[in-house]
Design a protein around this ligand. Structure first.
Ligand SMILES: Nc1ccn([C@@H]2O[C@H](COP(=O)(O)OP(=O)(O)O)[C@@H](O)[C@H]2O)c(=O)n1
Length: 406
């Protein structure tokens, strides 16, 4: 099934000049500069003969932490990070193909949240490394991607990988992506009412593919990613006096105290020894990240949703799914496990001291935020047919075949 959808996908790639009767392999490199890490995806495509269409043969993936925003005051480190990851491309792509293999980097919430001049300095360092490399550097190869594109391109990736884009778009899957800095929800509405009742016009995105125009409900909430939610929950967002202040939360084990870093800043955090740690109090704390911010769209129960990134990672940490297999979970499973983790964390410390906060936030985001029912089933996936569940594949498609997302 994946072969079919990718065949269809590659149909839209520009035709490549190649000798007849020869299989040709070509490559593309996409960097994902996320708020918590930088990743490289090296895609290998096979073009066999002039009549047949290319297929996606392989994805080579590697990631490093922290994200580029951690180097806001040391921009050369952004260049160093990308230069190091480029080694993966050099190992994967044969030397002779380097000069026709495009390099593209898209940054997400980490850089969106930085001051513009700091973000720009980081991107310039990356651009230098690209320009010095032996690869093809297209126009606009390094930029910050907007939230709408992030949601739409992830939707495109997942629907290609599940074979849902062509033929039966009504069966398209929705996507839930929980990053460190932002979170995205994207689905194909079946009812006009869903599109007509959006709070702002930019909750609807359109793009052209296979001679049709797709109209999606999509939104990226900047500042509602899992790490940004921790900051708000702790009352540490924009706070001063980080050297001497300790940010407390009843979502953390009572006796816990440590340092925690995000976006290049380090915070002292602890449990609240004077209060009851546990699910109920924690829920009240995380609710402030969600309440009145997240729009509840119609017809959430009519689509299958794929949930990945931190939804997947925390479901694994909480023992709800297998790291390799992934699996299906009901929204209520997150809540049930959040209660268990939070209510026993002082006696039985979880794998991560933040697991109670993270699981409670995820439950709250799904229910009080987006308005999912307890019984809604989510498909938790890290990879689909051995390809990363991420916007990166969709972004390569957008690079080759301008989708005109608007
Ligand atoms: N290819 C990828 C990209 C991100 N992720 C996960 O996505 C989460 C954070 O995403 P991010 O750092 O890109 O955050 P944002 O910049 O999108 O807010 C982490 O849990 C990563 O492990 C992944 O599992 N696979």
């Amino acid at each position: 099934q994946v072969q079919t959808s990718l065949l269809e996908w590659c149909n839209v790639l520009p035709s490549l000049s190649r000798p007849a009767n020869h299989s040709r392999i070509f490559y593309s490199v996409m960097f994902d500069a996320g708020s918590t890490g930088t990743r490289i995806h090296v895609y290998t495509f096979i073009q066999s003969g002039t009549e047949e269409l290319p297929v996606l043969d392989n994805e080579m993936f590697h990631s490093v932490k922290p994200g580029l925003s951690a180097y806001a005051d040391y921009p050369q480190m952004a260049g160093k990070t990308v230069r190091m990851l480029l080694r993966v491309a050099k190992k994967t792509v044969p030397r002779l193909e380097w000069k026709r293999t495009p390099l593209v980097l898209r940054a997400t919430a980490g850089l969106r949240l930085l001051a513009a001049e700091k973000a720009q300095a980081l991107l310039e360092q990356v651009q230098h490394v690209f320009d010095d490399s032996p690869f093809l550097v297209p126009d606009n190869s390094v930029s910050i991607m907007n939230g709408t594109n992030e949601g739409v391109l992830a939707w495109i990736s997942l629907n290609f990988l599940t074979g849902n884009l062509q033929g039966r778009p009504r069966n398209a899957v929705g996507i839930l992506d929980l990053g460190g800095g932002s979170t995205q929800i994207t689905f194909l509405p079946k009812l006009r009412k869903t599109i007509e009742s959006v709070p702002l016009p930019d909750y609807v995105a359109r793009f052209d593919l296979f001679n049709s125009t797709f109209e999606l409900y999509t939104h990226s909430y900047l500042g509602s990613g899992l790490m940004a939610a921790r900051l708000v929950t702790l009352g540490a967002l924009g706070a001063e006096g980080l050297e001497w202040r300790v940010f407390k939360s009843s979502c953390l084990p009572k006796k816990f105290r440590d340092e925690w870093s995000f976006g290049g800043l380090t915070y002292q955090v602890s449990g609240d020894p004077d209060s009851h740690a546990g699910y109920k109090l924690c829920y009240q704390e995380v609710l402030k990240v969600v309440k009145g911010i997240i729009h509840q769209p119609h017809e959430l129960d009519d689509s299958v949703f794929f949930a990945f990134s931190y939804y997947f990672d925390r479901a694994v940490d909480a023992g709800l799914i297998d790291r390799v297999q992934g699996g299906e979970l009901q929204v209520r499973d997150f809540k049930k496990r959040a209660k268990e983790v939070c209510n026993k964390m002082t006696k039985h410390p979880p794998v991560s001291p933040f697991l109670c906060m993270d699981m409670t936030y995820i439950s709250c985001l799904l229910k009080d935020g987006f308005g999912f029912k307890d019984s809604t089933v989510l498909q938790l996936s890290k990879k689909v047919h051995n390809v990363e569940a991420s916007w990166a594949l969709g972004a390569i498609l957008d690079h080759f075949h301008h989708l005109k997302i608007r």
